[in-house]
Design a binder for this molecule. Structure first.
Ligand SMILES: [Zn+2]
Ligand SMILES: [Zn+2]
Length: 300
């Protein structure tokens, strides 16, 4: 039995029976809340149910988000928006990348995914229905985005130093012109370290506030995956998010990083690179030189 909703759940009942029973005793719940509660009640083991749910969610969202970019890559119509137009990835390279990413998902990411719920359960995360309000969900996800971006900036900048680059981060830089699938193409140590930003921050949050729902974490994981895949898409459209939200990093920001191997270390936002003067690309270099010349002139 599970604590997700109250009721006497019969072991061996089908999912449909569980759904009907929950609908009968909790008619006030929304359809999605009933589905959610039925899934956990029917599974009967919160640890396995959460692990399976997050793992399947991660796989479907990651590859689901990559598919449109693979289709766009195969259509010449879109090439005018490709950032590094001359560098189109071959099918063979995509397949090699896919194999490596899949291996990493099953061998490296599955363990923390299944370990996530027991830790969070101990710290007070919730699985139950009704869900928290949308305001709570949105605010917590904003905190996770800002926190992950800071973690990513400093860790990524560190990974570009000497031996860390040579033995760990170099793998991710195999593709100077990135593509969606390459978002999680990285050394297992890097996957684990960057993963701390995605799952460690919600863990820290629940430790401090005792106020977090697995649904919020699930939406956060989806958005973080979309951000990572899109940043590696290699396309800059007139409707790309950073044109409307200038602090958003997006593909243009991260593509410059892969192109020049230096600068633009943050994941979601542009503020760290801007404030700490680590922006990448020829325009950023030009601005930097101009600022330095102005400073020298002032000091002369
Ligand atoms: Zn890098
Ligand atoms: Zn990258």
């Amino acid at each position: 039995m599970t604590s997700v909703v109250s009721g006497n759940f019969t072991t061996g009942a089908t999912f449909v029976d569980t759904f009907s029973y929950i609908s009968e005793i909790h008619p006030q719940l929304s359809w999605f809340e009933k589905i959610w509660a039925s899934y956990f009640a029917w599974f009967g083991d919160d640890i396995i149910a959460t692990g399976v749910f997050i793992f399947v969610l991660h796989e479907s969202m990651y590859f689901g988000r990559c598919i449109p970019w693979m289709i766009i890559d195969s259509m010449p119509f879109f090439s005018k928006w490709k950032i590094q137009e001359a560098k189109v990835i071959s099918k063979k390279e995509q397949f090699a990348c896919l194999k490596s990413v899949l291996l990493s998902h099953f061998l490296v990411e599955a363990i923390p995914i299944f370990g996530f719920y027991p830790i969070c359960n101990y710290l007070g995360i919730s699985l139950s229905v009704p869900f928290p309000s949308w305001i709570t969900i949105v605010l917590q996800i904003c905190v996770f985005f800002v926190g992950e971006d800071a973690w990513h900036y400093w860790l990524h900048r560190g990974l570009h130093q000497g031996v860390f680059y040579k033995y760990i981060h170099k793998q991710h830089h195999k593709y100077a012109a990135p593509f969606g699938l390459a978002a999680e193409y990285a050394h297992p140590v890097e996957v684990a370290l960057l993963g701390v930003g995605t799952v460690g921050i919600p863990i820290f949050w629940v430790y401090i506030t005792k106020n977090l729902h697995i649904l919020t974490v699930s939406i956060w994981i989806c958005l973080r995956l979309f951000q990572a895949v899109d940043a590696h898409s290699g396309y800059e459209f007139p409707w790309s998010l950073h044109h409307f939200l200038p602090i958003w990093a997006g593909a243009e920001h991260h593509d410059e990083h892969h192109h020049h191997f230096i600068g633009n270390y943050a994941s979601s936002f542009r503020w760290w690179d801007f404030v700490l003067d680590t922006e990448a690309g020829p325009k950023a270099k030009e601005d930097r030189l101009r600022r330095q010349a102005l400073k020298q002139k002032k000091n002369a």
